[in-house]
Design a protein around this ligand. Structure first.
Ligand SMILES: [Zn+2]
Length: 336
């Protein structure tokens, strides 16, 4: 949030950006905004960009100028009128003391004589007691203050919190809206449309999470799953092929492919399929497993995914090995 250029509004933020800027110009900006929508759409960047705009002394064309005293403090991460509240390291929750501290801070007049802006991210990291502490402040907003709550799981917030905020929805953009933007950032990368589809339409996932050899590795992983399920590979051979990859990545890709298999089974069209280049693997798997078996297998993979996410996980590689053996056993049971 404090890099040299500062946080930014992205091209697919146009709807919510226009709305809040119009309200701001009319002096009608809400005291609390709830930024909702799928993860990885840049909602917290939006919150940061709006905070910078409000705290900049001389905004240019609806963006922070980048070099006034306010912007200098923002770049240094020391602006006294901006607070960002997130779970502290080693915790998944925002603690009540963090919110009490925030409320105390918000009760004082802005030091730079303008706005006071607070960003809470992710808002669902507040438990009920913490959220209730915040609620009082949202009910009695002070002066020119703005609270922005960022979440991709609004249903996990207290209804009373949701009802105190103006809701800003961030939709997954159409491919045509973002391909140009992706091409500018990744000029040497081929298949951006395919990558965007694999990323569930999240442009920031394409930019930040896919390595240069992503498509190549993905192909190996997907082919391995299909070959294992139709008995062309033993678990040991399959493991050797996937051992260079993070088990979490392997599981995610396999679940994606099996989800596509289910969709293919149901509709026999690739319209709803994410991995559109994997029709061969999808066909192979669908000829081996029926819908029930696909569900069972996905259940098992999701169990492993949860285990991987738990802190007590002993050894991801062992876990993957056990999974492959059990998939093979299950396959043999199906045949016999
Ligand atoms: Zn400025």
């Amino acid at each position: 949030m404090s890099d040299l250029q500062g946080p930014q509004f992205y091209p697919w933020h146009t709807g919510p950006r226009k709305l809040v800027l119009r309200q701001h110009r009319q002096g009608k900006l809400a005291h609390a905004l709830l930024l909702c929508g799928q993860a990885n759409l840049g909602k917290s960047d939006f919150a940061g960009a709006l905070a910078h705009l409000l705290l900049c002394r001389a905004p240019v064309a609806d963006a922070a100028c980048g070099h006034c005293p306010g912007c200098d403090l923002l770049k240094a991460g020391t602006h006294p009128d901006l607070r960002v509240v997130q779970p502290e390291e080693s915790s998944r929750q925002i603690k009540i003391d963090q919110i009490r501290d925030l409320i105390d801070w918000s009760g004082h007049t802005a030091q730079r004589n303008g706005w006071k802006v607070a960003i809470i991210h992710p808002a669902e990291a507040m438990n009920n007691a913490t959220a209730n502490a915040l609620l009082k402040r949202l009910e009695e907003p002070a002066g020119r203050s703005l609270f922005m709550l960022v979440t991709h799981q609004p249903s996990r917030l207290l209804p009373t919190i949701r009802s105190r905020c103006q809701r800003l929805e961030f939709a997954v953009p159409n491919a045509t809206e973002v391909i140009g933007w992706l091409q500018e950032r990744l000029p040497t990368v081929q298949n951006l449309g395919l990558l965007l589809s694999i990323a569930g339409g999240e442009p920031l996932t394409v930019v930040n999470q896919f390595s240069a050899d992503y498509l190549q590795r993905r192909q190996v992983l997907m082919q391995t799953l299909a070959a294992l399920l139709c008995g062309q590979l033993t678990p040991a051979q399959a493991l050797a092929r996937v051992t260079a990859d993070e088990p979490a990545v392997v599981l995610k890709l396999w679940l994606d492919l099996l989800t596509d298999c289910l969709k293919w089974n149901g509709s026999k069209t690739d319209k709803y399929i994410k991995n559109k280049d994997m029709s061969e693997e999808i066909n192979v798997i669908c000829s081996e497993l029926d819908g029930d078996q696909l569900f069972q297998l996905m259940d098992r993979l999701m169990q492993e995914q949860r285990q991987l996410g738990s802190t007590s996980n002993p050894n991801p590689q062992l876990l993957l090995e056990a999974l492959l053996v059990s998939m093979q056993q299950r396959r043999l049971q199906l045949i016999l």
